[in-house]
Write a protein that binds this ligand. Structure first.
Ligand code: FES
Length: 96
């Protein structure tokens, strides 16, 4: 089912507890940076892994079919926020 791109979700970043709103059509990284939250990044194309984070709750969808994550990392909940769009309210923690 296609998400409604104007829908906005709440993103919480642990352990600091910063939070910001992210539209369904925007990446978690860009929404966070626009809100002044200091998230790590470099390539913004899903390859360098600088932005790697773990999804603690909620749902995301990666914009690209094969972001730079192994199957094991995906199964463990790791995501790349530079290419991840929210599909619900989410809680993430940055770092490997
Ligand atoms: S900034 Fe390079 S993978 Fe996200």
């Amino acid at each position: 089912m296609m998400p409604v791109m104007s829908e906005t979700f709440r993103v919480t970043v642990l352990p600091g507890g910063e939070h910001f709103d992210a539209p369904a059509g925007q990446t978690l990284l860009l929404a966070g940076l626009a809100a002044g939250v200091a998230l790590p990044w470099s390539c913004r194309t899903g390859t360098c892994r600088t932005c790697i984070a773990r999804l603690l709750s909620g749902r995301i969808e990666h914009r690209i079919p094969w972001p730079g994550l192994s199957c094991e990392e995906k199964a463990d909940g790791f995501i790349l926020p530079c290419v991840a769009e929210p599909r619900s309210d989410v809680t993430i923690t940055c770092g490997p």
